[in-house]
Ligand binder design. Structure first.
Ligand code: CAA
Ligand code: NAD
Length: 296
């Protein structure tokens, strides 16, 4: 497999936009595809503002930032991916929807292209089975936010070739990421461990053990996590957390992975977290103004 020279990213939400940004910041032409044109507008804005944060901290020159933005092209047409060397899929966490996309990508990308998924939990082997090239299908799981988090978890399906693995690992390393490898079992490494903790935080809230603020403060201050588990769930997206718990529950067959009813209810209510302005916390409230105490 030749070195990767151009990439495609499908899904321009919080993960896809961050992955596309990484590609462009590392000098690769990137096609970013989303079926929703408004998602592409939001993605372009968030990529520009993230690049600006790197520029303002002196971690990227103004010219490198502008060059990165020039390498990025947004489209709603999958056929624009016909010449890329790898497609990284970052659409909704649903096996059926991802399989449909992989089958389409199989038909419209060049035969040598790698088809990677940023799935949080879904079987790479089953995604690969919807293509005619299972040797070139792999899990390339970035963490949120992709421009900042240091890890990429690589997941080999039953038929993933050594060439596909090496090329994917080399790309993650080109992006400056550390790589860990997982076998293809539900939730892989990170979400197998992280999501039951988040689910347990929902049970802790649901059963009245404590308030959301104290649960988060307990874990932040007590275990040095940068965010409390409920705050992190809002950051990830409660829909994504619920989908992952369902995959763990179905895939590992143990009742300990059953999603907390409160998590289910929030998703039913459209409280999906920060991306919707409300999840466990309400982000629509105006920030409290802290008034200085009058001097004595
Ligand atoms: N682009 C560029 N820079 C960014 C950024 C972005 N999108 N987001 C944060 N930053 C930078 C900020 O500029 C800041 O830089 P300096 O310290 O140099 O000033 C730094 O990152 C910290 O940002 P903030 O001060 O805005 O906020 P913070 O201190 O709360 O950090 C955070 C934000 C990095 C997200 C941090 O809260 C954190 O690490 N949270 C946990 C994230 C996590 O666990 N992610 C994994 C989720 S699980 C997953 O992804 C897998 C899955 O399948 C669900
Ligand atoms: P998101 O809801 O922010 O974005 C998904 C995007 O995909 C939306 O813009 C939607 O319009 C688009 N989309 C849906 N179907 C499409 C299709 N058929 N073709 C093109 N675009 C389509 O979701 P996200 O949080 O970015 O998650 C995306 C993937 O990344 C999921 O598989 C998720 O499990 C995984 N992931 C998420 C996180 C996280 O913290 N949110 C972390 C790691 C991995």
């Amino acid at each position: 497999m030749d070195e990767i020279q151009a990439i495609g990213v499908v899904g321009g939400g919080q993960m896809g936009s961050g992955i596309a940004q990484l590609g462009a910041m590392h000098g690769l032409p990137v096609w970013l595809v989303d079926t929703d044109p408004e998602a592409l507008v939001r993605a372009t804005k968030s990529i520009s503002s993230s690049i600006q944060r790197f520029v303002s901290k002196g971690q990227l020159s103004q010219k490198a930032g502008s060059d990165a933005l020039r390498l990025l092209r947004c489209t709603s047409n999958l056929e624009d991916l016909s010449s890329v060397d790898i497609v990284i899929e970052a659409i909704v966490e649903s096996e059926d929807v991802k399989k449909r996309l992989f089958s389409q990508l199989d038909k419209m990308t060049k035969p040598s292209a790698i088809l990677a998924s940023n799935t949080s939990s879904i079987s790479i082997t089953r995604l690969a089975s919807s293509t005619s090239r299972p040797r070139q299908v792999i899990g390339m799981h970035f963490m949120n936010p992709p421009p900042i988090m240091r890890l990429v978890e690589i997941v080999r399906g039953a038929d993933t070739s050594d060439e596909t693995f090496s090329a994917t690992k080399a790309l993650a390393e080109r992006f400056g990421k550390a790589v860990v490898c997982s076998q293809d079992y539900a939730g892989f490494i990170v979400n197998r461990i992280l999501m039951p903790m988040i689910n347990e935080a929902f049970f802790t809230l649901y059963t009245g053990v404590s308030t959301k603020e104290d649960i988060d403060a307990g874990m932040k201050l007590g275990t040095n996590h940068p965010m409390g588990p409920l705050e992190l769930a809002d950051f990830i997206g409660l829909d994504v957390c619920l989908s992952i718990m369902k995959v763990l529950h179905a895939g590992l067959g143990d009742s300990k992975y059953a999603p907390c009813p409160l998590l289910v209810q929030y998703v039913d209510a459209g409280r999906l977290g920060r991306k919707r302005g409300i999840g466990v916390y309400d982000y629509r409230k105006a920030p409290e103004v802290v008034k200085p105490k009058p001097s004595l």
